[in-house]
Design a binder for this molecule. Sequence first.
Ligand SMILES: Nc1ncnc2c1ncn2[C@@H]1O[C@H](COP(=O)(O)OP(=O)(O)OP(=O)(O)O)[C@@H](O)[C@H]1O
Ligand code: SF4
Ligand SMILES: [Mg+2]
Length: 316
Amino acid sequence: MLLNIRDLKTYFPGRKQYLFSKPEQVKAIDGVTISIEEGETLGLVGESGSGKSTLGKAIVNLVTKTGGTVMFKDFADEKHQSNSGKIQMVFQDPLASLNPRMTVGNAISEVLKYHRIVPKDKILQRVKALFRMVELSPDLIFNYPHQFSGGQRQRIGIARALAVNPELIICDEVVSALDVSIQAQIINLLKRLQIDQGIAYLFISHDLAVVRQIAHRIAVLYCGRIVEIGRTDEIISSPMHPYTQALFSVASESNSGSVSMISTEVANPANPPDGCHFHPRCPIANNSGNFIGACSSVDPDLKKKSGGRMVACHQI
Ligand SMILES: Nc1ncnc2c1ncn2[C@@H]1O[C@H](COP(=O)(O)OP(=O)(O)OP(=O)(O)O)[C@@H](O)[C@H]1O
Ligand code: SF4
Ligand SMILES: [Mg+2]
């Protein structure tokens, strides 16, 4: 097991209802338990605001965990695991955070120096090798961030992540801003790197069409909780949770693969509904405004189904 996450919680302080009241808590991640195997891609899908980015950031300690544990291999010490560089995160625009007056080659050299990956006299050679690894000409290391196209920026973001020989890369909407043909190139690059170097990915996307191209398994997040997780082929061919079913039918109707279009409102993580957070939107539970069984009162646990699938629903 490469990554083992148990009951992870990340709560943010939200707005104050009244001037002197305590701020409400935004339960962005509220008890997530998942694992990722070596060399595996786990896709993470859900509507906007479901907590996908927060989960990725909590794994690399970019946001504070409120509870739970993140175990990476045999590193018991969480500080050590985040400093080791073995888990990297790549964002939608990975060059946005770079100094615009520094060449991208120098930016990657800084990473190599910080982590002491190679001796000083081998740094230039290593930066060029990283560019070749992501199928970019090594001559481009002398360019500045603004001189690259969207697809090239993403390749450089991946090269920067690869600089520290990671075993897991968290890809947060890495192809969402790209044209479909460029998306396919980046997906193929990630797949090739996985085969060559055995890297695992947590692949976060709101686009199911993209996720199904790369993920071995898919986890579906709703209001900070995993509602379904299983093998990609099984989840795509027979989604079980009513939320997964709704996401997939909307995505196929819209033909865009996007999951941000279910008509009723997403649950608010600052004030989630009691019981199953999905119950006000659930077509199975809602019988003309009366909710069946425990749906509106008891939070369903993830339960094992056939083929290793897990689903959190009282009615399945
Ligand atoms: N730093 C923060 N402070 C307060 N609330 C936050 C913070 N970051 C995220 N949130 C809230 O946590 C919830 C989950 O946000 P998150 O960005 O993880 O969702 P997401 O699934 O990545 O959405 P998207 O698809 O739009 O990127 C949202 O309600 C968001 O407003
Ligand atoms: S537990 Fe009830 S409300 Fe939640 S998804 Fe299942 S049927 Fe719908
Ligand atoms: Mg996000």
